[in-house]
Design a protein around this ligand. Structure first.
Ligand SMILES: C[S@@+](CC[C@H](N)C(=O)[O-])C[C@H]1O[C@@H](n2cnc3c(N)ncnc32)[C@H](O)[C@@H]1O
Length: 179
């Protein structure tokens, strides 16, 4: 069976077309939210490996648009969604796009600048490198991608905690000396 006819028989492929999602993977994120309620209270979110953008669409529809349409919405209070991918993607309302490599520290710095020094409430990642068809190799490259990005987040979390600690222990005008 060809790929096109297989796709047409896939219920999620058809449903994604009907509901205007860019990819059927939108349903993965919707189902995760149904099970674990991950969007509750979320104001700042990062979508890693976002192209073509169905997860970002979910974030926009679930977080940004309801807040924007709410009668008491205020511009500065709207959820901030930052999406990153190596590939460019078509615009999505309420989503800031960053084209870059998620394993690169400079990409993390761009995201942090968008959040104005605040931490994200939620990070979602659907990253997948190009597959070679060699399962062992593909699995290894996939796990390296997740490992690389986890280390990045661990380092930034550590730096954030250290900053908080310094703010707590140092009074205005004091000095901190380290060697
Ligand atoms: C399965 S797709 C993501 C689908 C997306 N979640 C959606 O719902 O539309 C995997 C994406 O991972 C991206 N990717 C792979 N390695 C990356 C990296 N190092 N940095 C940024 N994006 C990466 C690819 O460009 C690809 O767009």
């Amino acid at each position: 069976m060809g790929k096109a006819s297989r796709d047409k028989r896939d219920i999620y492929y058809r449903k994604a077309k009907e509901e205007g999602w860019r990819a059927r993977s939108a349903f993965k994120l919707l189902q995760i939210d149904e099970e674990f309620n991950i969007f509750e209270g979320v104001k700042r979110v990062v979508d890693l490996c976002a192209a073509p953008g169905s997860w970002s669409q979910v974030l926009s529809r679930k977080l940004y648009l309801p807040a924007k349409l709410s009668p008491d919405s205020r511009e500065g209070d709207l959820p901030l969604i930052v999406a990153i991918d190596l590939q460019p993607m078509a615009p999505i309302e309420g989503v800031i796009q960053v084209q870059g490599d998620i394993t690169n520290a400079r990409t993390a710095e761009v995201v942090i600048r968008h959040f104005d020094g605040c931490k994200a409430d939620l990070v979602v990642c659907d990253g997948a490198p190009d597959v070679t068809g060699l399962h062992d190799m593909d699995e290894f490259v996939q796990s390296q991608l997740i490992l690389a990005v986890s280390i990045q987040f661990f380092i930034y979390e550590l730096v954030f905690c250290l900053r908080q600690l310094l703010q707590y222990v140092i009074l205005d005008g004091s000095y901190f000396c380290n060697k």
